[in-house]
Design a protein around this ligand. Structure first.
Ligand code: AMP
Ligand code: ZN
Length: 442
């Protein structure tokens, strides 16, 4: 089945027709790293990782770019609070983000640019916008001129008064129009800054993604994605900048947006304080269980986060890994039921229910892999323990199993049963099978 995606630009599901079938280009807006990211921030990463995997199965070449925003006022103030440099803070938080996303089973993107590495491209883009009349300099700032673009607002479809109110753009004396937005702003001596034609300063947020996507994917590309909250103003403004600078009728052909991860019906966010970081959850649950929870609802639907949801995701994976245990798996194609569900606008809940119907372990494994599940060795999966678990270590368990094996060989069944019961009392369950003894924590 050919791929169909919901395009926020048209508000419709459309067949995916690449700009160049020989090379698919995908951009996903990444987080601002001033601390550990929350599990809501992981939703676009995991949802669009399933899309990336699908595109890689279908097309010879896919370039996936997912940026890291490492310059922002929240970063500046957090670094000051911590009495550390911005580079030290974002080096640490950016690294933690990357390793946490890997633990959720997300493939590494082909490029993961940090905004601070692309400041010269941002400056060049702003110069181009000023030269062609879409931007102007004023009092150390550079601003995009919204009235210079006839069809500004096409993505968010907001009327002009709502555009201004919704953007919460400051009414500043240097603005020619209240809807104009900042491309460049001045920095004080205490703030980080780069030299520019408008004085020492730093970029606005929107220009970062226009410059990085332009540099790494080209002036137009196939898919641009991120969370629903980015439609306006972030993506609207990215479109305005890229189209006006490069002179094309489109920036990206398809715009895809994930719904919110909620907690008790409210959007999870740092500002509301109702969040769990991926980092802390990974102490309590394996990455694939968190991933399964995130993919259990369709990416455009809201999804309520609960610890019970994580428990039941873990139980499902226990069942799937149990089905693979001790089996020799042959290579199998992704089953049609799974592939067809994913082809329909990445319908992961339907794909997951198709996985539940599969009885052949090789097919289950192939189907699950398409969604980024069952990537681990089953034995390793069952050995996973939450942080702070007491009980015997892996080495102690292996030693006890070897001792029990020796006792059985010597026909000392009393001793072998004693070892098994002793492990059971410590929460470790042994299972004897044709390939020897395996164990799991119960
Ligand atoms: P931010 O660091 O706020 O720019 O967020 C990074 C990414 O996470 C963006 O694509 C946001 O749209 C997305 N995001 C933030 N909060 C949530 C949430 N509660 N649910 C789903 N996506 C979110
Ligand atoms: Zn962006």
């Amino acid at each position: 089945m050919s791929l169909i995606v919901y395009n926020t630009l048209s508000r419709e599901k459309e067949p995916f027709v690449p700009l160049d079938p020989g090379h698919i280009r995908l951009y996903v807006c990444g987080p601002t790293v001033y601390d550990y990211v929350h599990i809501g921030n992981a939703r676009p990463v995991v949802a669009f990782d399933v899309l990336y995997r699908l595109l890689k199965r279908r097309y010879p070449r896919v370039t996936y770019v997912r940026n890291i925003t490492d310059i922002d006022d929240r970063i500046i103030s957090r670094a000051a609070d911590n009495k550390e440099s911005i580079a030290a803070l974002t080096g640490r938080t950016g690294g933690a983000y990357q390793s946490d996303m890997k633990r959720l089973g997300a493939l590494s993107p082909d490029a993961e640019p940090r905004a601070t590495e692309y400041v010269s491209q941002m400056i060049a883009m702003i110069e181009r916008l000023i030269a062609n009349g879409h931007a102007y300099a004023a009092e150390g700032h550079a601003l995009f001129s919204v009235p210079s673009m006839a069809d500004y607002g096409r993505l968010s479809r907001k009327p002009r008064d709502e555009l201004i109110a919704g953007a919460r753009v400051e009414v500043a004396p240097y603005k020619k129009d209240p809807a104009d937005f900042v491309l460049w702003k001045p920095s004080t001596d205490a703030q980080p800054g780069w030299d520019s034609p408008w004085g020492r300063g730093r970029p606005g947020w929107h220009i970062e993604c226009s410059a990085m996507s332009g540099a790494l994917l080209g002036e137009t590309f196939d898919i641009h994605a991120g969370g629903l909250d980015l439609i306006f103003p972030h993506h609207e403004n990215e479109i305005a900048q890229s189209r006006s600078a490069f002179g094309h009728a489109m920036m990206a052909k398809y715009w895809m947006h994930n719904g919110f991860l909620n907690i008790s019906g409210e959007k999870m966010s740092k500002s509301l304080g109702n969040f769990f970081t991926v980092h802390e959850l990974l102490d309590q649950f394996p990455g694939e269980a968190i991933r399964l929870l995130l993919l259990s609802a369709h990416y455009r639907q809201p999804l309520d986060f609960t610890h019970d949801g994580l428990q039941s995701a873990k139980a499902t994976l226990d069942r799937w890994y149990g089905a693979l245990r001790g089996k020799t798996l042959s290579d199998a194609p992704v089953p049609d039921t799974v592939e067809d569900a994913l082809s329909d606008d990445i319908n992961t809940p339907l794909a997951i229910s198709a996985l539940h119907q599969l009885t052949d372990p090789s097919q289950l494994c192939a189907g699950a892999n398409a969604l980024g599940f069952l990537q681990e060795d089953p034995e390793a999966w069952f050995r996973w323990t939450p942080a702070g678990t007491s009980g015997p270590t892996e080495a102690e368990i292996e030693a006890a199993i070897a001792a029990r094996q020796a006792a059985r060989k010597a026909k000392d069944f009393k001793e072998s049963d004693r070892i098994r019961d002793d492990l059971k009392a410590k929460g470790v369950i042994l299972e004897d099978g044709p390939k020897g003894t395996s164990w799991k924590r119960g």
